[in-house]
Design a protein around this ligand. Structure first.
Ligand code: ITT
Ligand code: MG
Length: 176
């Protein structure tokens, strides 16, 4: 089993390794095909799908995986949102991760066109927050880190693939 992940981000790679410990993992700096800072669920999900599909096309991958972070408004409140996609053969599985409300001061900077990764480094007075606990880690007192959030997304993706693979649907069908 060979997995190609469309990212060099450590938090994302670690999450995939935890859910597919038996797999050979290869990373690729895949193009998300969307803006560096996605601003809706649609755009964030599309970024994850684009990354997964482009990885499946390369390096004899069994699975192509795309994980994407973004933000989205509900009314006036901006939320962190996260999406994952797993491409396998001609099948595509998608799942979203946790979302939390972002503080007003962060929202203002994103509206001005800055990337959340850079804003978070400045906020935390550190470098590469995006590769570590992430915004979700900082704003949840590290109860949920970016890695554990993406791990949950990966469990949702692997579980959906297994559901199809093991033909479990038939178990739930009523016999006539
Ligand atoms: O190398 P890639 O895989 O692109 O990893 P990334 O850290 O840039 O992550 P994304 O492209 O998925 O996220 C889009 C933007 O939002 C930022 N971002 C998203 N979630 C974040 C989080 O939890 N903490 C810090 N930055 C985050 C990220 O740094 C980018 O600026
Ligand atoms: Mg990025």
């Amino acid at each position: 089993m060979k997995i190609v992940i469309g990212s060099m981000n450590k938090a994302k790679i670690q999450a995939v390794k935890e859910v597919f410990p038996e797999a050979v993992i290869v990373t690729e700096d895949a193009d998300s095909g969307v803006s560096a800072q996605p601003f809706s669920d649609e755009e964030t999900r599309q970024g994850a799908i684009n990354r997964a599909l482009s990885c499946l096309d390369t390096q004899d991958a069994t699975f192509g995986i795309g994980l994407e972070g973004g933000v989205m408004f509900i009314g006036n409140q901006l939320y962190l949102c996260n999406w994952g996609a797993l491409a396998f053969s001609d099948q595509l599985y998608t799942a979203s991760g946790a979302r939390i409300a972002l503080p007003h001061e962060i929202t203002e900077q994103l509206i001005q066109g800055r990337e959340l990764g850079d804003v978070m480094d400045e906020f935390a007075k550190r470098k590469q927050v995006r590769q570590q606990e992430g915004a979700v880690g900082i704003f949840t007192s590290e109860r949920i880190s970016r890695r554990s959030m993406f791990r949950h997304v990966m469990e949702l993706l692997r579980g959906q693939w297994e559901f199809t693979k093991e033909k479990k649907e038939s178990k739930y069908r009523t016999r006539r």
